[in-house]
Design a protein around this ligand. Structure first.
Ligand SMILES: [Zn+2]
Length: 76
């Protein structure tokens, strides 16, 4: 597994095996996020989805989650 300089925890850590999303955002996550911080986001995302009753298939909700993810992971 490759290592990344993670923009959330600021450490050099084990990265993800592959981009978690099949788009440009997924590529940024892959390049800038360690596997541990990604797991943290997965938990956080579930909380947000429950709290706001979000549907990831809804475009507006999906955009909201993308924005939250960029902030959470501190992506460039
Ligand atoms: Zn990290």
């Amino acid at each position: 597994m490759s290592r990344v300089r993670c923009s959330r925890c600021k450490k050099e850590n084990a990265g993800l095996a592959e981009a978690p999303l099949p788009n440009e955002l997924g590529r940024r996550v892959f390049e800038q996020t360690c596997a541990a911080c990604w797991q943290e986001w997965v938990g956080q995302q579930l909380m947000l989805m429950n709290e706001h009753r979000l549907d990831p298939l809804n475009d507006e909700h999906s955009k909201f989650l993308d924005d939250e993810m960029v902030k959470f992971l501190n992506l460039d």
